[in-house]
Design a protein around this ligand. Structure first.
Ligand SMILES: [Zn+2]
Length: 390
């Protein structure tokens, strides 16, 4: 049976491991390196699908954990699957639900069978196992689905990372057995192992032996720090098959994306552009603009000069600031649109640089490649507060 998605390598950068490609899915192609906005509850918060598409987004993500609890995956299925539900004709990826179970729910018990947890919505008790995660994702119907894995916190002892890797490997085999729609949904494996090279290598090697149509690096951007993440990327990305998509889950800041692209990662997702947007934090090439700041009250300029997004071509900083203070919906909508467009322009420029064989130069000269949650924003204020509010 041919896989549901296929990776096409279009160009390789001569001075880094960056690669330009295209992933073909049953709902059309997306170009890589790709950034996927996150639609947690089956919607990119506040944005019409046409508006999301106009930002240049080609593939979007939805969360299995949230949709399983509400409205329930069979409700989504009976309404015609997630594409119909979200009114998104293009590719969709769902996660396995595991990460949210570990981070959001009142976790009762993890065993080799799976996880028992209480819903963060109503306290009801649920079980998530590899087979259950597959059934939910089969009902939701995304083009790319993720294996159910165990993601320990960054500071967990090595013994816990070893247990998590062994469970992740066993669960991946159970996911393959339970996956009922391999012809139209591609199941990706997730490499765990914390920051330990030997564990990462073992997890990657045994997952690759299962011949899945794509692979992800999980368990990063969970508090291990930039240098540790970079170390894992340098070590583990080259272990992944070159003829399949490589996905770095839950990352991240533009700096992190640029560094991961340089190691050969193709796919990214993160809530930052939308979550920050809803809090009036706008990404620009020179740092974060905090639109609630008093100095923008009479500022007639756009969020970012030169940006072609709807917010920047129609609204002033002063007007957007007013919407936030008046609790008008349009404020969060406009800054979310700008931030997603900011990310998608960044990805398009990355793809162009790889195609022209000059990504190494782009990485060292484009100021967006150093945007991270530390030094100072354009306001001269520390953006640490922004990171901590996320
Ligand atoms: Zn803009």
């Amino acid at each position: 049976m041919p896989p549901a998605v296929r990776y096409n390598l279009l160009a390789s950068d001569p001075s880094t491991r960056a690669r330009l490609g295209r992933v073909d899915t049953p709902h059309g192609p997306f170009e890589t390196p790709a950034f996927m906005p996150v639609g947690t509850q089956g919607t990119i918060k506040g944005l019409l699908p046409d508006v999301v598409a106009a930002t240049g987004s080609q593939c979007i993500l939805a969360n299995t954990y949230h949709l399983m609890l509400r409205p329930g995956e069979t409700v989504v299925r009976d309404l015609g699957d997630l594409h119909r539900f979200m009114a998104w004709k293009g590719p969709i990826l769902t996660d396995s639900g595991g990460f949210q179970v570990f981070s959001l729910s009142d976790l009762n018990k993890i065993t080799d069978i799976g996880v028992t947890f209480k819903s963060h919505i109503d306290g009801s008790v649920h079980h998530l196992t590899p087979a259950r995660s597959m059934q939910v994702q089969n009902d939701l119907g995304a083009d790319i689905i993720m294996a159910f894995d165990e993601c320990p916190p960054a500071d967990a002892p090595l013994s816990y990372h070893l247990t998590a890797v062994e469970r992740t490997l066993r669960w991946a085999e159970l996911c393959i057995k339970a996956h009922a729609r391999p012809a139209d949904q591609a199941l990706f494996g997730i490499v765990q192992g914390g920051t330990d090279p030997a564990l990462r290598e073992r997890c990657a090697r045994e997952l690759i032996a299962l011949d899945l149509p794509g692979y992800a690096l999980g368990g990063l951007a969970v508090g291990e720090g930039f240098d540790a993440m970079k170390g894992v990327l340098e070590h583990s990305t080259p272990l992944l098959p070159a003829d399949k998509p490589r996905y770095l889950m839950g990352v991240g800041y533009p700096r992190d994306i640029a560094q991961a692209v340089a190691q050969g990662i193709d796919m990214f997702d993160c809530v930052l552009p939308t979550r920050n947007g809803r809090n009036a934090y706008a990404f620009t090439a020179t740092g974060v603009v905090r639109l609630r700041n008093a100095k923008y009250q009479r500022d007639p300029g756009p969020i970012e000069a030169g940006c072609d997004c709807y917010a920047c071509t129609h609204f002033s900083r002063g007007a957007i600031r007013h919407y936030f203070f008046a609790s008008e919906m349009l404020g969060p909508v406009l800054v979310s649109v700008h931030n997603i467009r900011f990310y998608q322009r960044f990805m398009a420029d990355i793809r162009r640089a790889i195609g022209q064989g000059r990504f190494g130069e782009f990485l060292s000269s484009d100021r967006r490649c150093s945007l991270a949650p530390t030094p100072t924003s354009t306001d001269g204020e520390s953006s640490e507060a922004i990171a901590s509010e996320l």
